[in-house]
Design a protein around this ligand. Structure first.
Ligand SMILES: Cc1cc2nc3c(=O)[nH]c(=O)nc-3n(C[C@H](O)[C@H](O)[C@H](O)COP(=O)(O)OP(=O)(O)OC[C@H]3O[C@@H](n4cnc5c(N)ncnc54)[C@H](O)[C@@H]3O)c2cc1C
Ligand SMILES: NC(=O)c1ccc[n+]([C@@H]2O[C@H](COP(=O)([O-])OP(=O)(O)OC[C@H]3O[C@@H](n4cnc5c(N)ncnc54)[C@H](O)[C@@H]3O)[C@@H](O)[C@H]2O)c1
Length: 465
């Protein structure tokens, strides 16, 4: 017997699931939003927002320590760990509370507090034994930290992004396992807050880069703030107090270890094998990135659950596309996917936009170690690489430089609009700004294509540009 029926059932009330529910309802469907907790999204509770709060405190400490060069003397800078963590949790709780309120604003009959698993392509069973029958199902179950076996028995010495933000105080010595996005952001933040940090990765390179020079600049910047041990196979041992990490050729003791070795999709226990979908060796179905449909069934997969572009704005976009397509099934419409944009909030930020420099691309470079505004601010470091096609149209960029998180949006706009390097040079670029640094890269592309240089466009550089 079916206990609940709807047009579209959404499993998971995170960013992607909430967007999917809104979209399906806006398109005329009756919906059910199923989640065991409704505690707020990963972004608000244990992801984007608390991590940025920690990073914000770290930036303040770093800037406070760096004032002497301006002739401004603040005296010794001290970091009060409990105060840092208390502010973090207070604001984090506000963000999470606002998200929870928006969930609670949904009509009661839509919210089903339970875990769900498939019993067929469009039928689900809830933990309390009730069943759900829908015309379409959207999977929006997110992802969770993967903790490799040797770290699982470390008790409270082990931290992941699920537990780090609950610490009452900052640890004195922290091992970070995984030099990907989470590892780099949190390792640098902790180091700037006075924690002695060693970052381990089994790979020889740090994550998030696709350009060798950008990687070298990133490595150089981080290596001044923490110990980097790449290409190692770290192995932990619990001590009476804290833990020891051994690797080939060395060992070091720590108070805590943060494991940031990736976040696989939450598909365990979902019963995907009951759907009839073809599953790969990881148990994942094929998901069309344009429609978010799984195979040819009325099942859609969005957000971190589909493992493609696991970022906040992509989770919202995917939810909205899938919500609409779940209603229009069996005629899903390909959604417009935005220019890929990823920002790692290190200082300076690490950014990728659009395509990498594939064969045939023309690349221009801007050096930020000698850029006027960056020098004014005592932040002169890193570089930007802009990539164009053979016609000079911008197709992508890799940046590790001050202001990269903001300039990335300008570049995404230019790529979306099909602008050439010359078109960008025809826009007003204020002096002296970080954006001005990009002119060097744009001019290099124009020269290499070559693009016609309008007779009335100046090619000089103002002082400190
Ligand atoms: C530390 C950290 C920092 C980050 N920083 C950024 C950032 O700065 N910028 C950025 O763009 N992205 C960032 N991200 C990534 C971003 O947070 C995620 O991409 C986004 O939150 C994914 O949203 P989602 O809806 O897919 O998943 P979630 O928000 O995790 O939602 C999944 C929901 O599914 C529910 N669920 C799971 N299984 C079941 C089941 N069987 N039945 C019912 N419900 C179920 C869960 O309870 C949960 O509510 C960060 C992530 C982390 C971890
Ligand atoms: N600013 C942002 O947008 C932001 C911030 C944080 C997280 N996120 C999202 O969260 C996702 C997950 O981030 P993440 O950093 O956990 O994963 P990741 O995939 O970016 O990095 C994992 C790293 O761990 C290493 N690793 C794996 N197993 C290991 C082991 N046993 N020992 C040592 N190293 C090991 C890998 O080589 C890799 O470098 C990201 O893909 C991103 O989408 C985004």
């Amino acid at each position: 017997m079916t206990d609940l029926t709807c047009d579209v059932a959404i499993i998971g009330a995170g960013t992607a699931g909430l967007a999917a529910e809104r979209s399906a309802r806006k398109n005329g469907a009756t919906t059910l939003l199923i989640d065991p907790e409704f505690i707020g999204t990963t972004c608000a509770t244990v992801g984007c927002m608390p991590s940025k709060l920690l990073i914000a405190a770290a930036h303040r400490a770093h800037d406070a320590r760096g004032t002497d060069t301006f002739g401004v003397h603040t005296g010794e800078v001290t970091v009060n760990g409990p105060e840092v963590m208390t502010r973090l949790r207070r604001l984090r709780d506000d963000f999470a509370g606002a998200t929870r309120d928006s969930i609670m604003d949904l009509p009661d009959e839509i919210r089903i507090q339970s875990r769900a698993h498939f019993t067929g392509p469009t039928t689900l069973e809830l933990e309390d034994g009730r069943s759900v029958s829908a015309k379409a199902v959207i999977i929006a179950t997110g992802s969770s930290p993967m903790v490799p076996p040797p770290y699982r028995d470390l008790g409270d010495r082990l931290l992941t992004n699920d537990t780090l933000f609950e610490l009452p105080d900052l640890p004195r010595r922290l091992a970070v396992i995984g030099g990907g996005i989470i590892g780099m952001e949190l390792a640098q933040a902790m180091a700037r807050l006075g924690v002695k940090v060693t970052l381990f990765d089994q790979s020889d390179s740090l994550g998030g880069t696709r350009d060798e020079d950008i990687h070298d600049a990133l490595y150089d910047a981080l290596s001044h703030e923490m110990t980097l041990r790449l290409g190692t196979d770290p192995q932990p041992t619990a001590l009476e107090v804290g833990l020891r990490i051994d690797w080939e050729g060395g060992s070091e003791e720590f108070d805590k270890v943060l494991v940031a070795t990736g976040r696989p999709p939450n598909i365990k226990g979902l019963g995907l094998d009951a759907t009839g979908l073809d599953l790969d060796d990881k148990g994942m179905p094929q998901v069309c990135p344009a429609t978010l449909q799984c195979g040819d069934l009325p099942i859609f997969m969005v957000g971190d659950a589909d493992a493609d572009r696991p970022l906040l704005h992509e989770a919202s976009d995917e939810g909205a596309i899938a919500g609409r397509n779940a209603v229009s099934f069996p005629a899903p419409v390909p959604g417009t996917r935005k220019v890929p944009l990823a920002v790692t909030f290190t200082d300076p930020p690490l950014v990728t936009v659009g395509q990498p420099a594939d064969e045939g691309a023309v690349t221009g470079t801007a050096d930020y170690t000698d850029q006027g505004r960056a020098k004014v601010e005592d932040r002169a470091t890193g570089l930007a690489r802009l990539h164009a096609d053979r016609e000079g149209r911008l197709i992508g960029a890799d940046l590790f430089c001050p202001g990269a998180d903001h300039m990335a949006h300008l570049l995404a706009l230019a790529i979306t609009q099909g602008m050439t390097a010359g078109d960008m040079l025809d826009l007003p670029i204020y002096h002296p700004t970080l954006e001005e640094g990009l002119k060097t890269a744009l001019r290099e592309i124009c020269g290499a294509i070559p693009l016609q240089h309008p007779g009335d466009r100046d090619c000089g550089s103002p002082s400190g540009a």
